[in-house]
Design a protein around this ligand. Structure first.
Ligand SMILES: [Zn+2]
Length: 393
């Protein structure tokens, strides 16, 4: 989908421009000018992503100036909407500030005051149209660097739904409602990054069989699958967060959780484990499909991110760690797949938190952060290599 438009490199700076359409003139809006409608930015330890929302595609050029170090983009035949913020402090160690102005009648100039960058890439994607600019911080740039330019397709699965309420809290909070809300919030957060393509297995209170959820992920050819649940235990005091991946286990607690999520008895769950243990080939096939090593990594990033995200706001949250069990919903998923139990709805304290919009938002943000960290560290094989061989541009 992306075409390499230009590449260039000097000793300090690699610049890669990608655009969706380069062989035909880009369409402009009825007024003839592309309007800059919004400027958004996302900070991560490795890079700052700046997204410029446009009314229509615009040609652009870029340049770098020193003293002070800054990069600017000139958008041709463009105007800037009056109501948008034109001075955005960033201060994330990579970009100090973002400034935007109507440079002349036809040109909008975007200036990024740089703290320290090693390289960057930029591209326009459509529907809706936006210019995406990634500025990388130290440690990412090497001469043979590989840029993650593939769009990540993520399927988020909100557990239960319809006639299946999932676990029910002591104050009658339903798991199906909590996890749907977290999934919707997570989708909104992830979708703000144009490099993510996000789908939900359900967007309303409907029942979807477990195997259909996996099928949706496979049909969408998803890169990642995340199933969201709330935990429950007969022990009222049980609390905390745990993340699962698919595997055989003899852990009693893990089997109990999987039995509940699979809607089968603990006895049957244990039987299934015994069978899987004997018929090892079936299980290893299932785990291979789940890309086991990647699932472990994904589970760890998400678990860590939720724990630190909640710790910041809610004190010590028990970290129950990354575990494994035979969850039906992870069977046959052909991509790194995990199931996260975000808190215990059976614990009155955590049920109360789960009923709060802010707590759900914190969890959604933390999962998004974990996904982002995973994606940023994904192996080179999942990425499209972009090498630049030209001299300085
Ligand atoms: Zn559940």
């Amino acid at each position: 989908m992306f075409l390499n438009l230009t590449t260039g490199r000097n000793r300090f700076f690699v610049f890669v421009v990608l655009a969706v359409v380069v062989c035909s003139p880009l369409p402009v809006n009825a007024a003839g000018k592309a309007k800059v409608k919004e400027i958004r930015h996302f900070s991560s330890p490795d890079y700052t992503r700046i997204v410029v929302d446009l009314s229509s595609p615009a040609e652009f050029s870029k340049n770098r100036l020193s003293n002070p170090d800054r990069i600017y983009f000139d958008l041709k035949n463009s105007s800037i909407a009056k109501e948008i913020k034109t001075h955005l402090p960033v201060g994330d160690g990579i970009v100090k500030t973002i400034r935007a102005s109507q440079f002349n009648d036809d040109t909008v100039r975007l200036v990024f005051d740089i703290e320290e960058i090693t390289d960057s890439k930029s591209f326009i994607i459509e529907d809706p149209v936006r210019l995406v600019i990634d500025l990388y911080g130290k440690g990412k740039g090497t001469d043979n660097r590989v840029l993650a330019v593939t769009k990540k397709r993520i399927v988020i699965d909100a557990g239960h739904g319809g006639h299946d309420p999932g676990a029910v809290g002591p104050n009658k909070l339903y798991e199906k409602d909590v996890v749907l809300d977290i999934a919707m919030k997570l989708k909104r957060i992830l979708s703000a990054d144009p490099m993510n393509e996000v789908y939900l297995t359900r967007e309303k209170d409907v029942f979807i069989p477990l195997e259909e959820r996996t099928a949706i992920a496979n049909r969408k050819n998803a890169d990642l699958f995340v199933s969201i649940h709330a935990n429950a235990s007969p022990r009222k005091q049980a609390k905390g967060v745990e993340t699962y991946l698919l595997n055989w286990t003899d852990d009693e607690e893990a089997n109990r959780v999987a039995a509940r999520e699979n809607k089968i008895s603990l006895k049957k769950m244990k039987e299934m484990n015994r069978q899987m243990d004997t018929v090892g080939a079936i299980l290893s096939g299932l785990m291979r499909e789940n890309k086991r090593d990647e699932s472990i990594k994904l589970a760890n990033y998400i678990q860590r991110s939720i724990i630190s995200g909640l710790d910041d706001n809610y004190g010590d949250v028990p970290d129950l760690g990354v575990k494994q069990a035979l969850f039906y919903v992870l069977f046959g998923a052909k991509m790194p797949s995990i199931l996260v139990e975000v808190s215990f709805i059976s614990n009155p304290e955590e049920e109360k938190l789960l009923s709060q919009d802010e707590y759900r938002m914190n969890i959604a943000k933390a999962i998004a952060e974990g996904l982002h960290t995973y994606t940023a560290s994904a192996p080179a094989i999942q990425k499209m290599a972009v090498f630049s061989n030209n001299r300085a541009d």
